[in-house]
Structure formats: C-alpha cells, structure tokens
Design a protein around this ligand. Structure first.
Ligand SMILES: Nc1ncnc2c1ncn2[C@@H]1O[C@H](COP(=O)(O)OP(=O)(O)OP(=O)(O)O)[C@@H](O)[C@H]1O
Ligand SMILES: [Mg+2]
Length: 266
C-alpha cells in the first residue's frame, strides 16, 4: 500500500504514536502473493477494522502481526520499537492478545479457569508454593469482578463449564480474557461470524468497552453493519494490498464494498 492511504488516519490520531505499526509487509506462499507491501497503524484507544474480499490478505496480515507467520519483508513496530515475533507466544508475551473464533477457550473448564488459563493464581503460603494448589476461590472472585467491569451481565455463574455456554458467551469469555491481563492490543478475527443478533451485539459492546478502557482493537469482519458500528477507521484490503483506509464518517457502506470489490477506485 502507499503511505497516503495509511495517512487517512483521523487528524487527532496522526499526531500520536501508533501502538502497533506494520511497514511494507510482504508475504508470499510460493507463487501466491498473500501480502504485497502492506502498512498499517493502530493508534491508542481506537477500533481499526480490516475488511476485504476472500483471499484479500486479511488473515495473512493478522498472522504476520501476531507471530503466526513470518513476513518475508517489512517491519513491525510495537510502541515505536521494532519487534520480531517468531511465534504467537512472542506476540502474546508482548501484550498482543489474538482471539480466534474456535480456539479461544478450553471447553471442559469453567469460566473462571478459562479467564486464568495459563496464568493460574496459587494459594498463599506452602499450599501454593510447594503443593502448587490453585486459588480457585480467589480466581472466581476476580473473574466475577472482571466480567462485571466489562459489562458482561449474561455470565454470572463463573463455575459453569464453557462447553455449556452459547457461542456468544464463549466469545465473551475469550474477549474478557484478552481484556483481563493488561493487554496492549486485542485482535479479533471474525468474532461475530457464527453468532446470533443478541450475541453479536454483546461482542460488539465488549469491543467498545475495550476501547473505552484504552485498549485498541483490530477487528476483522465481513459484516459491514458491525464494522460501521464499532470501527473508528477501516483498512480495506484488496488483492494483497491496502486499497485505502477510510472512516465511517468519510464513506458509506456502499462505498466500502465498491472499493473492496474493485468496482470503484479508492
Ligand atoms: N498457508 C498458505 N499457503 C498458501 N497460500 C496461502 C496460505 N495462506 C494464505 N494463502 C493465500 O494468500 C492469499 C491471502 O489469504 P488470506 O487467508 O490472508 O485471505 P483473507 O483475506 O483472510 O480471506 P478470507 O476472507 O477468505 O478469510 C490467498 O490467495 C490465499 O490463498
Ligand atoms: Mg481470513
């Protein structure tokens, strides 16, 4: 993409340093070009949507940003400093939480355990330090607080196994987990694709709550009304490049789709 497209940031955003930035990423798979020089900036406190047709490079872009793929060329900066993520864990440790639709939660465990998955808190004293006993009661209390803080009201019983929850509630657990541990950036890949109206609204509300708490969100979605409802800026991928970056104020949904499909020049 060109620098002019990336500069379509809101005026306020342009003066700030991006939290996460990609510069001229190139990723090829044999003869297939997944990304053809894509740049992206994510500013503090914004929701950046990524839209584009099938195969436009959205997932590849996210994979390169979150350490799931290694770009052939280009640079990734976190807080202005170059980073070289070799695996998703590297990005995770740096504060980038990626929430996938299916792999987000551990179904047999309860809600509280899922929120603390991989970060279990131990009991005080010898029970925790020597016997490695987890502080279930403490984690449940914190889990309830975390869900209440995020305005998740449909999930009051944190002792229910996640497999008994609806799709939207599971997604809510995944997003809550991302928000719970001081993440710098939350990346959501098609979070509402399989959800009903009420569940989708719940996830969209969570995205807004994250933004209000100062955590910027990258949201990949094919759902234009969802994108236009929550996004501050919209990065349009087309044929491996960023066609342009627009805002819900500057363009209509029809405009966005026309640019996405190539019916209209950006
Ligand atoms: N592992 C891979 N091996 C070969 N080609 C790949 C691989 N991953 C992606 N591609 C190709 O790179 C291009 C971009 O794919 P990508 O998955 O990023 O698209 P997308 O925008 O996420 O599409 P969708 O909306 O269908 O999810 C496509 O042409 C795809 O076939
Ligand atoms: Mg994809």
């Amino acid at each position: 993409m060109t620098l002019t497209a990336d500069a379509a940031a809101t005026p306020a955003a342009e003066t700030r340093q991006p939290i996460l930035q990609a510069k001229n990423l190139v990723k090829t798979y044999g003869r297939v070009v997944g990304l053809d020089g894509v740049s992206l900036s994510l500013y503090p406190g914004e929701v950046l949507a990524i839209i584009g047709d099938n195969g436009a490079g959205k997932s590849t872009l996210i994979k390169c940003l979150t350490g799931a793929e290694l770009a052939d060329e280009g640079e990734i900066l976190l807080d202005g400093r170059p980073v070289h993520f070799k695996r998703p864990q590297d990005a995770h440790l740096a504060g980038i939480e990626t929430v996938y639709q299916t792999l987000a939660v551990s179904p047999a465990r309860d809600v509280a355990s899922n929120l603390f998955l991989g970060r279990e808190e131990r009991r005080k004293g010898i029970l925790g330090s020597v016997f490695r006993m987890v502080d279930k009661k403490g984690m449940r209390k914190k889990a309830r607080q975390q869900l209440a803080d995020l305005g998740i009201t449909t999930l009051q019983d944190v002792t229910v196994p996640v497999e008994n929850l609806s799709g939207g509630q599971r997604q809510a657990v995944a997003v809550a987990r991302a928000a719970a541990f001081g993440s710098k950036v939350v990346v959501l890949d098609e979070p509402t694709a399989a959800l009903g109206v009420r569940e989708s609204n719940q996830v969209l509300q969570l995205v807004k709550n994250l933004r209000d708490r100062g955590i910027p969100v990258i949201l990949i979605s094919h759902n234009m009304p969802h994108v236009f409802e929550v996004a501050d800026r919209i990065h349009i991928q087309r044929l491996g490049k960023c066609a342009t970056t627009i805002t819900p104020q500057s363009h209509s949904m029809t405009d966005a789709v026309a640019i996405m499909t190539g019916a209209r020049k950006a």
